[in-house]
Design a protein around this ligand. Structure first.
Ligand code: SAH
Ligand code: DHB
Ligand code: MG
Length: 234
């Protein structure tokens, strides 16, 4: 039986899903030279290959474009792959702030944001997100937040996003299904507990409208991206 990066056995339905995900990536979300170079260099420097797949990069870029977002908050930069997808969809005077705990990841992301010509609109702030979030001002609200860092803190990041994103804005979270692990009623690892709790919170919150879009990544046969919109007066 074929196995994925984490050694998880893939059933026939998983491999069909994976083949279709490959098809979607190469047909609808081809990567340019810069994104390919970023992934190659990140791998050489020993970063884990856990950036969003191309189709999720494209989903994020489409959410920016469709919603007209001009200010984006990201939690979890890695080498800047998802940041570049989103920042490229911003208007010239738009702004993306990405929070990252690891100095090597920030260094690589800074390099590639510069090479992408996005240094004027995208910035990486170093530190644990729970320490850098309080330094952001609710008086300069974001239009969209994308959370993709330590999953155990997603419930706390949701609280911050509700303070920092404007009514009508979007709160997007990666890896909310984790290969079906969220179905485990008594999960053993903290990341799964965080993902389960996040889904419960976001689905039940009367301030939010939310859904999950299926996705895939290298770690699990199937995963999901949660998209929530903060209700406004309309
Ligand atoms: N969004 C990226 C992938 C992020 S991987 C992309 O798709 O390209 C998760 C990142 O979150 C890693 O770089 C990790 O160092 C960072 N991270 C983990 N815990 C964090 C924390 N508490 N605060 C900020 N960043 C954190
Ligand atoms: C992992 C983390 C991610 O954010 C992701 O998209 C895929 C895998 C991980 O921790 O394995
Ligand atoms: Mg992720």
């Amino acid at each position: 039986m074929p196995r994925n990066r984490k050694g998880i056995a893939l059933m026939e339905s998983h491999t069909i899903f994976g083949d279709l995900a490959d098809f979607i990536d190469r047909t609808y979300a081809p990567e340019d030279e810069l994104l390919r170079a970023l992934k190659a260099e990140a791998r050489e420097r020993g970063l884990p290959p856990i950036q969003v797949p191309p189709s999720v990069g494209k989903l994020l870029a489409m959410l920016v474009a469709i919603s007209g977002a001009e200010r984006i908050l990201e939690i979890g930069t890695l080498a800047g792959y998802s940041a570049i997808w989103m920042a490229r969809a911003l208007p010239a005077d738009g702004r993306l702030v990405s929070l990252e705990i690891d100095p090597l990841h920030k260094e690589l992301a800074d390099t590639f944001l510069r090479r992408a010509g996005l240094a004027d609109r995208a910035e990486v702030r170093l530190g644990p997100a729970l320490e850098t979030l309080p330094r952001l001002s609710p008086s300069e609200p974001f239009d969209m937040a994308f959370m993709d860092a330590d999953k155990e803190n997603n419930p706390a990041y949701l609280e911050w996003a509700l303070k920092l994103v404007r009514p009508g804005g979007l709160i997007v979270v990666d890896n909310v299904l984790r290969g079906g692990g969220v179905l485990d009623p008594d999960p053993s690892d903290a990341a799964l507990v965080g993902a389960r709790r996040y889904n419960e919170l976001v689905a039940a919150d009367p301030r939010l409208d939310a859904l999950i879009v299926f996705s895939r990544n290298g770690s699990w046969p199937v995963d999901g991206v949660s998209i929530a919109r903060i209700r406004d007066e309309r």
